[in-house]
Structures are given as structure tokens and as C-alpha cells.
Design a protein around this ligand. Structure first.
Ligand code: BTN
Length: 335
């Protein structure tokens, strides 16, 4: 099997993704561009990706046959994971939905897919970028407000970046061919590499709202199926009757992991609509001013309150930041 149709190496680039976005028209499908360092490495959600010289891997694949946009980033994700496994076979690395590569609770690699071309409302070329922490030391992650690791931190071995780049190119080509010609195998490999299915997670959605639940499956289109608890106020504890539906009273969870109950559509026990002012008159705080922890425990008017877990709903998410920080997953058991 040949390596990628073309491999371009630059000692320095602003960003390998940006390079593909600016040059995709003149480049062949399946071109892999690699940089020794990036002066303006891009992370997800507009964040920076710190990319020091000759320390880590910075690479982007140009995909011009975009038949499934949801999983296009999985090409470099699976390739990165396969390369990591080849160089550090004992390392329990996995894909954390949707794309990152993790070891335990720490991020080893990040993936950023950006569209290069849009034709009649359809994305026809994508830059799939991957940054893999190889030789960074623990101190290098001090400025990052996220748990991160590198192959060096995990194994105490310094890796040869040239060897790593060559194998990454090989696996990138292998998984792009699989994505194009054997999508069901590609999908199965990706699902198998996602080790957090069956675990309790929190997911911060695109709207910034945090959802707690159990990841029960990956949908055929790549979405994450989350079984979420539907929490309702314990009526005896707050001495209030809610006649509105569960969804109207569903809790909103902030990034801090606190649950605030939504009262905007609450109705009085008689079923008459009441606004914010009326709620305050009958002793209710303003909308969102109650705070509950992720177990539904909190305080209303100095009274301890526990939200009751009523039943569950299953929602599918297509993007978001999954976090396992608050759970006690035994990672050894996942492999
Ligand atoms: C993330 O935020 O997790 C995604 C990080 C992606 C970083 C890689 S490094 C190679 C490519 N070029 C970039 O500018 N970003 C991606």
C-alpha cells in the first residue's frame, strides 16, 4: 500500500489546516501536510493549539471525497490512534467521542476538521487536522486549563518524530481508503475505539448547556446517544405543585455543573399561568436562581431540596465536549 497521494513537510507553518484551506485547489485529494512547528496552531472553539518546534505532531489531511461529514475527522483520529498504539503498545489510549484521543482523563491528541470548499451548500473539501502530544513534558501543559498528556509523559521515552510521521502517513492513507471503500468496517473500528460508551458522562452542547447522562450508544450517523435523567422537584420538599410538564420544568445545567430549574413556564397549582413576579410573591426565587448539584441536591429558600429522578430521555448529540471528570471510571476495565 502506498502512503498518502502526497506528503508535504514544512519546518514551520502558521497552521497545517490553514495551509490546506488556502491551497486545496492546487492539491490532490489525500494530501497530508505536516509541520515541524506551527506559529498559529488552531484548536476547537477558536482556541489556540500550542505547537512548539520539533516536539509534537502537527498534520492535516485534505479530504475531497466527503461522503460523511460527521465522521470525516475520524480518519485522522483512527490513524493517530493506530500510530500511537504502534509506538506505545501498552498505552490504554482511546477515542473520546467525537474525536479526541485520550489516555485516562487526559488529552493526548486533538482533532479539528475545517471546511475548505462549499459548493451549492455542500462541503466538498475538508482539512482534517490532528495534533498529537509526543515529546512534551508535564511542565509544558501548565498553561493549558485542561488535563493533557503526551507519549513522553506516559512512557518516559522520547520518540523519533520522523518515524512517527511516516507511520502516521501510512495509517492516514489506510483509514482514508477504508472510509471511502469500506465504510461499515471504518465505522465499526471507530465505534470500538470509543471506549466511553456505557459510562456516565457530562456533555457541554454547542449552546453551552451541560447534559448529564449515560452514553448508551453511537448512532449510525455518528451521533452520541445520551440517556439523560429527567429531574423534577420533590413536591413535598418545596411544598409547591407544578402542573406544567416535565420539559417545561426541566433543569438547565451550567458549565460549573450546577442545575438551575427553569420556572419561566411554571403554572400555579390551579393551573393558572404565573409569571416571574407572581412566582416571587408565592415564595419562589427568580428563574434560574436555584442551584442544584449534579445529583439534584440544592437549596430553595434555605430549605434543602433534592430533585427527584423521574425517568430518562434519550437524546442524540452531534457535537459537544464530553467530560468524565466527575465520574470514577476504572479505565483499566475499558480495554
Ligand atoms: C482541539 O482543540 O482539540 C483540536 C486541536 C487540533 C490541532 C491540530 S495541529 C494540526 C492542525 N493544524 C491546526 O492549526 N490545528 C490542527
Amino acid at each position: 500500500m502506498s502512503d498518502c497521494s502526497e506528503i508535504l513537510f514544512f519546518e514551520e507553518l502558521d497552521s497545517t489546516n490553514l495551509y490546506l484551506k488556502q491551497n486545496y485547489q492546487h492539491l490532490a485529494d489525500n494530501t497530508l501536510v505536516i509541520a515541524g512547528m506551527q506559529s498559529a496552531g488552531r484548536g476547537r472553539l477558536g482556541r489556540k493549539w500550542v505547537s512548539p518546534a520539533n516536539c509534537n505532531i502537527y498534520a492535516s489531511l485534505l479530504v475531497k471525497n466527503v461522503h460523511d461529514l460527521n465522521l470525516v475527522g475520524a480518519i485522522v483520529g483512527l490513524a493517530g490512534l493506530a500510530t500511537v498504539k504502534e509506538f506505545a503498545p501498552k498505552l490504554k489510549a482511546y477515542i473520546k467521542w467525537p474525536n479526541d484521543i485520550y489516555v485516562g482523563k487526559a488529552k493526548l491528541a486533538g482533532i479539528l476538521s475545517e471546511s475548505c470548499e462549499l459548493k451549492q451548500g455542500k462541503i466538498t473539501a475538508v482539512a482534517c487536522g490532528i495534533g498529537i502530544n509526543i515529546n512534551s513534558a508535564e511542565d509544558d501543559f501548565k498553561s493549558i486549563n485542561q488535563a493533557a498528556t503526551s507519549l513522553f509523559c506516559e512512557t518516559k521515552i522520547k520518540f523519533n518524530l520522523d518515524f512517527f510521521r511516516k507511520r502516521l502517513a501510512f495509517f492516514t492513507n489506510r483509514y482514508y481508503i477504508m472510509y471511502l471503500n469500506n465504510y461499515s468496517l471504518f465505522f465499526r473500528e471507530w465505534v470500538t475505539a470509543n471506549k466511553l460508551i456505557g459510562q456516565e458522562l457530562s456533555l457541554i452542547g454547542a449552546d453551552g448547556v451541560t447534559h448529564f447522562g449515560k452514553a448508551i450508544a453511537i448512532a449510525p450517523d455518528g451521533g452520541l446517544v445520551l440517556r439523560e435523567k429527567k429531574l423534577m422537584a420533590d413536591e413535598s420538599a418545596v411544598e409547591l405543585n407544578f402542573s406544567s410538564s416535565a420539559s417545561e420544568n426541566s433543569p438547565i445545567v451550567s458549565e460549573a455543573g450546577q442545575i438551575s430549574k427553569k420556572y419561566s413556564d411554571s403554572k400555579s397549582p390551579e393551573g393558572i399561568d404565573v409569571g416571574e413576579d407572581e412566582l416571587q410573591k408565592i415564595g419562589m426565587p427568580e428563574s434560574g436562581s436555584e442551584k442544584y448539584d449534579s445529583n439534584g441536591r440544592g437549596e430553595v429558600n434555605s430549605q434543602e431540596v433534592t430533585l427527584l429522578e423521574e425517568d430518562s430521555v434519550e437524546n442524540i448529540y452531534y457535537c459537544g465536549d464530553v467530560s468524565v471528570d466527575k465520574s470514577s471510571i476504572d479505565f483499566d476495565k475499558l480495554f
